[in-house]
Ligand binder design. Structure first.
Ligand code: BG6
Length: 512
């Protein structure tokens, strides 16, 4: 296996890896994110020996709980398949402690600081990584209290923060200006967990490490790019929270735009964090604000059989809510490479399947010898079941000159069956431990992404007469979706005749 690209020059401004005996502090340790994502990821890194030697983990939250309750809670989402992992989990829990305290008073943070000082007693320096698994309402105040009360006098600190980073350009800038005087850009790691996903991290390698992709990656060969996010479940249980954001703020302005940026950016000079992020910002700046005529929105209704609720059936959702749970948005990039190519972002809750993928559709081949030969498509399946496949035409074997659509298929669980694919949060926390900012969102990147989306969001918020189209829970989305996509040149003429994946025996499901 070649390790060519692993030679990542560290950015000059980047932080060094956390040394031995550092402490990771999880703020919001009693919450859902901590339980479901942060602690399982911390354990994943610990289990594979990827944490600095002597690391300690401290939880902090308002909830009063004893040691047993804390440990029960943080291990509730950790999978324990055998005795070996069970033993590792015991050792892991042995390095975890908890402090209860408020988010808005010095007192709690002073208690946290004394607890950290006890852990670090006898060490010449203290190095602390604060992970803010917190709602945005307490974000700034916690960041301020940490700086005031828990910032090491001798050593270093870094802080990981999670979206939402505001709800539009102004509120994002407000958040930035509240954080920036106290935490430097080098100390801040803004997580977009899509940047930690294995296939998203593969995009630059696929593009720039393969000349055949690299050479055709432009408006001369590519007709459209679709980035699709589908979830099968609705917002049941968190409708009230979701209603403040809607699908565009929830996954499109951040996760899907990040994927788009990786697909569209120019080749970075190196794999260093700043070189990559410079190119990402450049492509974002070449994207005009979204024109509402290139947007459709939807909201899920009851399922056709009436067993699944509509979005507004949720009692926590305001009556008559116009919040979109589905959107398709077309963006353009005004540069030499992409001018005129539609980048279609599609995202929805309560749809017919659960998947995230990028579909690059190539242009028609020159006609003449072929009548109606389907287009090539490159599909990057981000989840579930990571894979890369190319839909291509071939001669149907036998005494015929008929063509058939088949595929070049790299399905990870067949090709790399013995390799562990890390969870996105494992990959990103390890990057933060190593001081590598490449897969985190820089301040100017955040600003550029809000600039593209804010006018559309304001228009949707203010235009009371724009109501999302209803679609049944469990369907493909609003009925006009196919016509909308077709109007941007996307052809779906193979629907029903081609199916991926193929069966295990390598045979197609008889569908070709
Ligand atoms: C979160 C959104 O950021 O991403 C959720 O708030 C969404 O609504 C989730 O379900 C999707 O993440 P993943 O990793 O499951 O695709």
């Amino acid at each position: 296996m070649s390790d060519t690209i692993i030679a990542q020059p560290k950015s000059e401004s980047g932080a060094p890896p956390l040394p031995s005996d550092s402490v990771i502090v999880v703020l919001g340790a009693s919450g859902d994110l901590a339980k479901k994502k942060t602690y399982p990821a911390l354990f994943g890194l610990f289990r594979y020996g990827l944490m600095p030697q002597g690391i300690k983990i401290v939880g902090y939250a308002r909830t009063k709980m004893d040691d047993a309750e804390y440990k029960k809670r943080i291990s509730s989402y950790i999978k324990v398949p055998d005795d070996e992992v069970k033993a590792k989990l015991e050792t892991f829990l042995g390095i975890c402690t908890y402090v209860a305290g408020a988010y808005d008073t010095d007192e709690g943070f002073q208690k946290l600081d004394s607890h950290l000082a006890e852990i670090e007693a006898g060490k010449a320096e203290s190095h602390r990584l604060f992970y803010l698994a917190l709602p945005p309402t307490v974000f700034t105040t916690v960041a301020q209290h940490l700086k005031k009360n828990c910032y090491p006098a001798n050593g270093s600190a870094r802080v990981i923060i999670e979206k939402p980073f505001g709800h539009d350009l102004d509120s994002s800038r407000e958040l930035q200006s509240a954080l920036q005087p106290i935490w430097s850009e080098d100390e801040i790691f803004r997580i977009d967990h899509y940047l930690g996903k294995e296939m998203v991290k593969n995009i630059l390698i696929l593009r720039f490490g393969n000349e055949f992709f690299n050479a055709s990656w432009n408006k001369n060969h590519i007709s459209s790019v679709q980035i699709t996010f589908k979830e099968k479940f609705g917002t049941e249980g968190r409708g009230g929270y979701f209603d403040e954001f809607g699908i565009i703020r929830d996954v499109m302005q951040n996760h899907l735009l990040q994927v788009l940026t990786m697909i569209a950016m120019e080749r970075p000079v190196s794999f260093s964090a700043e070189d990559i992020r410079d190119e990402k910002v450049r492509v974002l700046r070449a994207m005009p604000i979204i024109d509402p005529k290139n947007v459709v929105i939807g909201q899920y209704d009851k399922s056709l059989d009436g067993t699944k609720p509509s979005y507004t059936d949720d009692p926590t959702v305001p009556k008559g809510s116009r919040c979109p749970t589905f959107a398709a948005i077309v963006l353009y990039i005004k540069n030499d490479r992409w001018d005129g190519v539609p980048f279609i972002l599609k995202a929805g809750k309560a749809l017919d399947s659960a998947k995230v993928e990028v579909r690059v559709q190539y242009k028609d081949v020159t006609s003449g010898i072929f009548k109606d030969i389907p287009r090539n498509e490159l599909v990057l399946r981000i989840q579930p079941d990571e894979s890369v496949y190319i839909k291509m035409n071939t001669k149907l074997p036998g005494l015929t000159m008929k063509t058939s659509v088949t595929e070049l298929d790299l399905t990870y669980n067949r090709r790399f069956s013995d390799l562990h694919i890390p969870e996105a949060y494992e990959a990103l926390i390890l990057d933060a431990i190593n001081g590598d900012h490449s897969n985190f969102v820089r301040d100017d990147e955040l600003d550029a992404s809000w600039k593209i989306f804010t006018p559309l969001l304001q228009y949707l918020d203010e235009s009371k007469d724009i109501v999302p189209a209803k679609y049944p829970y469990g369907s493909r989305g609003p009925a006009f979706l196919d016509d909308f996509l077709a109007s941007y040149g996307y052809t779906r003429d193979l629907a029903g005749s081609y199916q991926w994946p193929t069966t295990k025996a390598g045979k197609t499901n008889g569908k070709i």
